[in-house]
Ligand binder design. Structure first.
Ligand SMILES: C[S@@+](CC[C@H](N)C(=O)[O-])C[C@H]1O[C@@H](n2cnc3c(N)ncnc32)[C@H](O)[C@@H]1O
Length: 279
């Protein structure tokens, strides 16, 4: 089935809905991107025009379809040990510093992977913390809250099954320690072991919802490669909220493509996308 071209007005209406429910800002002239992300969905619904898709969305009252829309427009690219300098620097002293600065963290280090996509970021952090706790008595326990707006991405995180070649582990022995190799139809894949899976609390959270069901204060917040999809005003609001959720001495990690340069914030920059709440 061929779908009609998106008119400027319909594109704007769709962008407004996407913004209202996720704050993702597509900007102008991205009709092609929208069409490539949503074309299959329109086909599945048997729709030939974008206007009829807007009717189905019913000005945002059809929440089920809005969720699917947000799923389709969100970019979920991620990987294990992405931007490895963050994990390296945690190992090389930042984690020890946080434990020194935040007495509560020594009992239970609380972390949040705030746009975790399919879970690779949260599981990477879990491996780092698990390795750390096995060698250092300064940390008694840790938990990771991991959330995303995309239901589909969270389902993949929940399953915790990944291709072995996508793990990018810094040391080969980590494979047997933290993953179960699949066999038969799961050959070439592996599943995260329950020892780390059980410490991760997966939740569906829109970063712009009024209340976050997250235990506070936090000591490490990963909010990487998501700020880039928001306008500066939304970025500022989000970063201020994250600041308030961190304990003094806690750290915020942003992606290498994100930036706080144009925002007013209270963090001390440590370089490389790492910021400390230092009051
Ligand atoms: C590119 S991925 C980044 C994944 C991971 N943090 C990383 O750096 O590899 C961006 C994620 O942000 C999520 N996202 C976009 N808007 C969001 C919002 N308003 N609330 C929560 N998550 C959102 C998307 O669903 C997507 O999974």
């Amino acid at each position: 089935m061929r779908t009609s071209a998106i008119s400027e007005r319909t594109y704007q209406n769709l962008c407004n809905l996407i913004f209202r429910y996720s704050r993702i800002s597509l900007g102008t002239g991205r009709e092609g991107l929208l069409a490539s992300r949503l074309g299959t969905r329109l086909g599945k619904l048997g729709l030939e025009t974008w206007e009829s898709y807007l009717e189905i969305l019913n000005e945002g009252k059809n929440m089920e379809e809005i969720d699917i829309l947000i799923d389709l427009v969100s970019t979920n690219h991620t990987q294990f040990f992405r931007e490895p300098s963050h994990f390296q620097r945690l190992n090389d002293g930042l984690l020890a510093q946080v434990l020194q600065d935040c007495p509560q963290a020594r009992q239970e280090l609380r972390c949040w992977s705030a746009a975790t996509s399919s879970g690779e970021e949260a599981y990477t952090l879990a491996i780092i913390l698990s390795e750390f706790i096995s060698k250092h008595s300064s940390l008694a326990n840790w938990i990771i809250e991991a959330s995303d707006i995309s239901r589909k991405a969270l389902q993949r995180a929940e399953a915790g099954i990944y291709p072995i070649k996508a793990l990018h582990l810094p040391r080969p022995e980590l494979l047997a320690r933290y993953f179960q190799r699949g066999s038969g139809p799961f050959e070439g894949q592996c599943k995260v072991k329950s020892q780390i899976r059980d410490k991760i609390r997966l939740k569906r959270i829109n970063l712009f919802q009024d209340f976050y069901p997250i235990e506070q204060p936090l000591h490490l917040v990963f909010c990487r490669n998501v700020l880039i999809y928001f306008q500066p005003e939304s970025q500022g609001q989000l970063v201020a909220r994250l600041f308030g959720m961190l304990a003094p001495g806690g750290l915020l990690f942003i992606g290498h493509s994100d930036s706080l340069v144009h925002l007013q914030h209270g963090f001390l920059p440590l370089g490389g996308g790492i910021y400390r709440r230092s009051d």
